[in-house]
Design a protein around this ligand. Structure first.
Ligand code: SF4
Ligand code: SF4
Ligand code: FES
Length: 241
C-alpha cells in the first residue's frame, strides 16, 4: 500500500472575488511512479471536477504545468510524488494573470515579452527563395539551440524577486531570448539597438543576480551565463553612449 498523500491546493476563482483564496486539502493514496499530473487528474476525476490546472504534453515539452510545488516553481508533470513529503502544497505561479486555482495565463506574458524583445530575426535582407543557405559555425548553432530550449513555462519568472515587484521586468526568460538573437549572425541588430530594449531596469539592470531563475529552470538552461553575457554586452554599450 502506498503512502497517504495530503495535497493542499490553493483554490480561487477570479469570477467570484468575494470568496477569498484558500487552501483545500485532498487526500489520496500514492501509486508507484505517480506524478503530480496523475495525482491532480485523479483528484479532479474522483473528488472535485471543478479543480482547475493546466497540462498539455505531460512530458516537460509544452511548459503549461508550471506551479509552486512546496514553494518551488517547477513542472508538475515532471515531478514524482515520491520525491516530495506526504504533505504537498500547490499554488499557482505568481506574476502571471490568475485564471483559476492552479491555472495561470503565461501565454499573454510571453507574447508581450516576445513583442518587446522583437524575438525574430531583424534584417534588412529581402527573402530570396533561390538563395543558398547561409552557413553558421557549430558554436553559433549550439548557442542558439541552447537558448531556444526554453519552453516558456514561466518558472524563472514566478520565482524571480524582481518580476514579483516590477510587472514590466523581462526576467530571465526575456533576457535569455535576447541572448539568443545576440549570438545569431543573421540578426543585424547592434548592441546599441539591444540597449534600447534591455539596457534599463525593465531589462538586464533590474536583475538583482541572486539566480533563483537558474535554480528553477526545469530545462537546465544556463541562465546565469546567459544573463552575464547580456549584462556584459549592455554594460559596454552603456559605457559607449
Ligand atoms: S537573477 Fe535576475 S532574472 Fe534571475 S531570478 Fe534573480 S532577479 Fe530574476
Ligand atoms: S528559461 Fe527555463 S524556467 Fe524560464 S521560461 Fe524558459 S524553460 Fe521555463
Ligand atoms: S504538461 Fe507540458 S510541460 Fe508539463
Amino acid at each position: 500500500m502506498g503512502r497517504q498523500l495530503s495535497l493542499h491546493i490553493m483554490r480561487y476563482n477570479p469570477d467570484t472575488p468575494e470568496i477569498k483564496p484558500f487552501l483545500q486539502t485532498f487526500r489520496l493514496e500514492e501509486d508507484e511512479r505517480m506524478t503530480l499530473f496523475v495525482a491532480l487528474n485523479k483528484i479532479r476525476e474522483e473528488q472535485d471536477p471543478s479543480l482547475q490546472f493546466d497540462f498539455v504534453c505531460r512530458a516537460a515539452i509544452c511548459g503549461s504545468c508550471g506551479m509552486l510545488i512546496n514553494g518551488k516553481p517547477t513542472l508538475a508533470c515532471k515531478t514524482l510524488t515520491k520525491e516530495l513529503p506526504a504533505d504537498i502544497t500547490l499554488m499557482p505561479l505568481p506574476v502571471f494573470k490568475m485564471l483559476g486555482d492552479l491555472s495561470v495565463d503565461t501565454g499573454t506574458w510571453f507574447r508581450e515579452m516576445n513583442l518587446k524583445t522583437e524575438a525574430w530575426i531583424n534584417t534588412e535582407k529581402q527573402f530570396d527563395p533561390k538563395a543558398r543557405e547561409e552557413r553558421m559555425t557549430n558554436d553559433q548553432a549550439l548557442k542558439i539551440y541552447e537558448a531556444d530550449r526554453c519552453i516558456e513555462c514561466g518558472c524563472c519568472i514566478g520565482g524571480c524577486a524582481t518580476a514579483n515587484i516590477r510587472p514590466d521586468f523581462l526576467g530571465a526568460a526575456g533576457l535569455n531570448r535576447v541572448a539568443r538573437f545576440m549570438v545569431d549572425p543573421r540578426d543585424e541588430r547592434t548592441d546599441q539597438d539591444y540597449f534600447e530594449i534591455v539596457g534599463n531596469d525593465e531589462g538586464v539592470f533590474g536583475c538583482v543576480g541572486l539566480m533563483a531563475c537558474d535554480d528553477n529552470c526545469p530545462m537546465d538552461i544556463p541562465l546565469q551565463e546567459q544573463l552575464a553575457y547580456v549584462r556584459r554586452k549592455m554594460a559596454v554599450a552603456g559605457f559607449r553612449r
